[in-house]
Design a protein around this ligand. Structure first.
Ligand code: MIG
Length: 632
């Protein structure tokens, strides 16, 4: 049962494709006080959802804010990451799904202020609320997913291994990665280009000092079955003579300030302007630019900095410097010291800036802050529309950093700037089901960690989770330790895990397609399946992948195994690299499982079978039909 309530005059986000008729009256179960809705939770209620966020699968005990943010430190106290995914499910005696469809800021206080109280506060005056009732969590997920429409399916090769690093810019860099993989007999399907390939960080340009002939480099790699996936940033460099800038100015396609002048911000190239993706003509124009690169053989992209992330705005920067000048000849004590630092740090992604520029929409001029959470979605939609026209449906790879529900229909997301921290293996595992609930199925994390220096053992353990994620990509930050698998002594161990990825792909791909087509979970908390098992419901470090297997990756450094909870009898399949070395039936209950750095333990459910392919050097080499089956 889905009920739709409308308040004020909402801006149509296009998150929902099948809108039920509008209800009159109050929202059942919830109390309304202004724009705050509250709900009384039972002690045992679990709250699942909210997509991309820190902390647990059970979101209870913290505050979250939907406000797409360039947040490079995913620590426990954070309340917002890059996505705005306003959907959650209360799982108790009463089971309720709740979705706030609103492109502005929304706050969720889930038992933080008061353990038994859930508060939702919406800043905009116009919004829609969907209340979903069902007999089980999974039935509510399915209802919701039907409401928001079918998720994106990338081409098959997008399920292969991807290697990325901020810093690869030149042809030499690409060829070095290719050689690193091929010489070490490591399978690979994609190499990513970060901002370094561009001429002065200008979108849709290629630095001619780094490539003799970009197109032929791309086709050379393609002959080796490797696709090159470049990044595109939201900000456009201010530079006369740069066609993207010139055309955008001529047509009025960039966001403007109150006075109607282009709003100038600072991003990679320094002074930049923001394409107005909420203006249909501007979006279409920007989307068409991707053709510059598809014409050179590119078939996939990642969209970045589209919260949009702002280093500063030109106007605010001036004010900050004036303010700082006041400290120059004064005695800077404790509070002045804080204020001085804050003045600089708060220049980035400043709310005042987000309130200072406007979009030209079908509904007239709208202040950015009121529609902030749609920017990345609409940027990525402009790209996916164009790529679908150029390459065709299911023929392009596309994922974005910022997102809103609705974007899941035409692209994926990655989980953003994690760190080479052990705790982030677990964080990324927990994010997967929350994202799946919101329709984001094609997703994955920067394996090895983006920020900080990784270690061999951390990368191996991360791969043991990554093997099961739809998007498999090793990515790291400029200046961090190089973390391609061939940089490590244990390259043989890495080879084993990478080979296992391809062996598992028939199962993983089928699971992926099934979750898209039937609105199922790809990675599911145990509590969605064993709904009356308290231990299963509280288990937050294991996942079901599809309906046949359970995974339980090791995420503690120096651990030689871990605790695993089995809600029912299962068959343990132990892989050493890509080979099975042990199969053992295990009874239900709490167990301790040993698992070496080069091993992966998969738990197969009763009456299910796991197909395994032969190893392959790339997706194109994979034989999807020549399978062996492990049965239980
Ligand atoms: O704020 O393009 O999340 O993957 O390597 C840094 C450079 C900008 C952030 C992305 C990251 C990427 C980096 N970008």
């Amino acid at each position: 049962m889905i009920k739709r309530f409308v308040f004020g005059k909402p801006f149509d986000t296009e998150a929902i494709i099948n809108k039920p008729k509008q209800e009159e009256g109050n929202i059942p179960y919830f109390e309304k006080n202004g724009n705050t809705f509250s709900y009384e939770m039972d002690d045992k209620d679990i709250v699942w959802g909210l997509g991309e966020n820190v902390r647990g699968m059970n979101k209870r005990g913290h505050k979250y804010t939907s406000w797409c943010s360039d947040e490079f430190e995913h620590s426990e106290e954070k309340q917002s990451l890059y996505g705005a995914h306003n959907f959650f499910i209360i799982d108790g005696k009463t089971k309720l799904g709740f979705f706030v469809d609103c492109p502005g800021r929304v706050d969720f206080d889930i038992g933080d202020t008061e353990y038994s109280k859930l508060y939702i506060t919406i800043e905009n005056s116009g919004f829609e609320i969907y209340l979903l009732e069902g007999s089980s969590v999974i039935s509510i997920v399915k209802e919701f997913r039907q409401l928001i429409g079918t998720s994106y399916i990338p081409p098959k090769w997008a399920f292969g291994i991807g290697q990325s690093r901020w810093g690869y810019g030149s042809e030499e860099d690409l060829l070095k990665v290719q050689e690193g993989y091929r010489k070490n007999n490591l399978p690979v399907d994609m190499i990513y280009l970060d901002i370094d390939y561009m001429d002065n960080f200008k979108d849709f340009t290629v630095d001619s000092n780094k490539y003799r002939d970009f197109k032929s480099t791309i086709s050379k790699l393609k002959e080796d079955k490797i696709r090159v996936i470049p990044i595109i940033d939201a900000g456009v460099k201010v530079e006369d003579g740069y066609s993207v800038y010139d055309e955008g100015i001529k047509n009025g396609f960039f966001c403007k300030d109150k006075e109607g002048k282009e709003f100038i911000v600072g991003v990679w190239p320094g002074k930049s302007v923001l394409p107005d993706f909420l203006n249909k003509a501007a979006a279409r124009w920007f989307g068409d630019k991707y053709k510059v690169l598809t014409d050179m053989g590119i078939e996939g992209f990642w969209n970045d900095m589209n919260e949009p992330a702002l280093f500063y705005s030109e106007k605010n920067k001036q004010e900050v410097f004036e303010h700082l000048a006041e400290y120059k000849d004064t005695n800077v004590g404790l509070y002045a010291n804080f204020a001085m630092k804050d003045a600089v740090n708060l220049m980035a992604n400043n709310l005042k800036d987000y309130k200072s520029f406007y979009h030209e929409t079908d509904k007239g001029k709208i202040c950015h802050a009121d529609v902030h959470n749609l920017y990345g979605y609409k940027m990525t939609k402009s790209a996916s529309d164009s790529l679908e026209r150029i390459l065709g449906k299911e023929k392009y790879l596309l994922f974005s950093r910022a997102s809103y529900i609705g974007m899941h229909r035409s692209s994926g997301i990655w989980m953003g700037d994690n760190k080479s921290w052990w705790s982030h293996i677990l964080l990324n595992l927990k994010m997967l089901p929350s994202l799946n609930m919101c329709g984001f199925i094609y997703t994955g994390a920067d394996l090895g960690g983006f920020g900080s220096d990784t270690t061999e053992d951390l990368l191996l353990r991360w791969y043991a989770l990554g093997v099961f994620l739809p998007l498999f990509r090793n990515h790291s930050c400029l200046g961090s330790r190089e973390q391609e698998p061939y940089q490590f002594k244990a390259v043989d161990k890495f080879r084993g895990l990478l080979n296992l990825r391809y062996r598992l792909l028939p199962y993983l791909y089928e699971t992926f397609i099934d979750s898209v087509k039937n609105n199922e979970m790809y990675g599911s908390p145990l509590g969605f399946v064993w709904t009356d098992d308290e231990d299963a419901k509280r288990c937050e470090d294991q996942l079901l992948i599809g309906d046949s297997i359970m995974i339980a990756p090791v995420y503690e450094q120096n651990a030689t195994g871990r605790h695993v909870y089995l809600p029912e009898e299962m068959k343990l399949i132990r892989f050493k690299g890509s080979e099975i070395i042990e199969e053992e039936l295990m009874g239900a209950g709490h167990n301790y499982i040993h698992c070496n750095l080069d091993e992966i333990c998969i738990f197969l459910r009763k009456n299910k079978k796991l197909p395994l392919a032969k190893e392959a050097a790339s997706i194109e080499d994979l034989d999807w039909k020549d399978l062996t089956y492990i049965e239980y």
